[in-house]
Design a protein around this ligand. Structure first.
Ligand SMILES: *Cc1c(COP(=O)(O)O)cnc(C)c1O
Length: 448
């Protein structure tokens, strides 16, 4: 047996490769793979169709018995053993036959097919949360002794997972400024297996140099995993640029109604099979009822995103002209410095706008109190506008100095712009800022 055959056999038996072996070991997985999983009843319209058409139609389970127009919810946890079930066990393709709901269920396959269509992927896996998707993906695609490069300003949950748990599990981690390609390249080690980055950072919406990152990843044989939560596939399809796996907290824009948590990973069937196998062991699958909610939410993804983007662009513009605002962070504005991402997104930057209010955190807190439409709550991507302040939410564990370092300055507000009528949002923001002026005037009077 040659060395190469030995390595192939190891992987075929589901064992992990040697530390230091990177993407190439997966390219040796040469079993025949089909897109999906799906049945012949799952609708798979042409991928050339637009995002609204795919969002509505891709993946729908067309039930031949009832003729139902929408996907039925299969609550069953288990499925009859048939000839094809035994064949699947025999051939090692248990992902492609309904056996047990942790392994797969026609309702899960519907929503997975929809995600795959929108992200232009061969396959997708759905999870009970974004964090389940991230943790499972990392553990599936890295091994002990491997090294991962991520950004110091990734989502807090991801940061904690990388810092606390990966180290314990024998993986090395380096945090870099993901907007600086030189810094990323300098952090590469012989055992670097994965880049894990976000398209737009939270809360300052720094843009990732995605194409350059994919280029150096190819050069060094490193997997690229992108968390596309803030942008959604209507703004950016990372897989089209050479990314290996795209992840979402589907809790946010994909579902879009702030009424369930879910996560997804999408990419080639090869990587998804591996992530799926890890998911079986970690157990973070999405239950059928949540699959139904997510599938329903995604039918209006493109429609919602259009409204989020229009509203966010208008609010960013209005705030940038306002006397009470010190700085607005948004890719639509002329002073945005991350050209590479801006170009890829072509006017669609999701619905988050961040800005600094003159007068610091106290003034910003008053502004939040004055608002009547946006609700003060964390999270983003729902149809309702939500507003929060990083200093007492996502970045509360940092001290003032650390906050300065990552660019969280006093008075910073993060607004997840919803799909309410733009005139209502603009006049509410305007009255909340004017009300601030009045507070100040009263204070001046009191001292006069
Ligand atoms: C919310 C969020 C997550 C975590 O997702 P959950 O669904 O809350 O587990 C991961 N990444 C980003 C960018 C997020 O905004």
């Amino acid at each position: 047996m040659t060395d190469k055959q030995k390595k192939t056999n190891l992987v075929a038996e589901g064992q992990m490769p040697q530390a230091g072996a990177k993407k190439t070991w997966m390219d040796q997985l040469n079993r025949k793979r089909v897109p999906g999983p799906r049945t012949t009843n799952h609708h798979t319209p042409s991928r050339d169709l637009g995002p609204s058409t795919l969002g509505i139609h891709a993946g729908t389970y067309q039930d031949p018995v009832s003729g139902a127009v929408g996907t039925p919810v299969f609550h069953s946890t288990t499925f009859l053993f048939q000839e094809k079930t035994y064949d699947a066990f025999f051939e090692g393709v248990t992902r492609d036959v309904p056996i047990y709901t942790r392994y797969g269920n026609p309702t899960q396959w519907s929503v997975q097919e929809k995600v795959a269509a929108l992200e232009n992927a061969e396959s997708a896996v759905v999870f009970s949360s974004g964090m389940a998707a991230i943790a499972t993906t990392i553990f599936a695609l890295m091994n002990r002794g491997g090294h991962i490069i991520s950004s110091y300003d990734v989502y807090g949950g991801t940061y904690n997972l990388l810092r606390e748990d990966l180290h314990q599990a024998g993986r090395e981690i380096t945090f870099v400024d993901s907007t600086k390609i030189d810094e990323i390249e300098a952090a590469i080690q012989p055992n670097t297996q994965m880049f894990l980055f976000e398209g737009l950072s939270n809360p300052l919406l720094k843009g990732l140099p995605l194409k350059s990152i994919c280029e150096i990843a190819r050069k060094h044989d490193i997997l690229v995993v992108i968390d596309n939560t803030f942008l959604s596939p209507t703004a950016l399809k990372p897989l089209d640029y050479g990314v290996d796996v795209v992840i979402h907290s589907a809790t946010k824009y994909l579902n879009g109604h702030s009424d369930m948590t879910a996560g997804v990973a999408a990419g080639s069937r090869k990587y998804m099979d591996r992530i799926w196998a890890q998911m079986l062991r970690f157990g973070g699958q999405l239950d059928p009822n949540s699959c139904f909610l997510l599938e329903r939410g995604m039918k209006t993804l493109a429609l919602r995103m259009k409204a989020h983007v229009e509203n966010a662009n208008a609010i960013a513009e209005a705030l940038s002209q306002h006397a009470e605002i010190k700085k607005v962070y948004h890719p639509s504005l002329p002073d945005y410095e991350f050209d590479e991402l801006k170009e890829l997104c072509n006017g669609h930057y999701g619905g988050v706008v961040s800005f600094e209010i003159k007068g610091g955190d106290a003034a910003a807190l008053r502004f939040l109190e004055n608002l009547k439409i946006p609700q003060v709550a964390t999270s983003l991507g729902g149809i309702e506008s939500l507003v929060s302040m990083p200093f007492n939410t996502s970045h509360s564990s940092l001290n003032d100095h650390q906050r300065q370092l990552v660019g969280i300055r006093p008075g910073l507000v993060r607004l997840s712009v919803g799909v309410e009528d733009i005139d209502d949002l603009l006049s509410d923001i305007s009255q909340a800022l004017i009300a601030q002026d009045e507070v100040k005037d009263k204070q001046v009077e009191a001292y006069a």
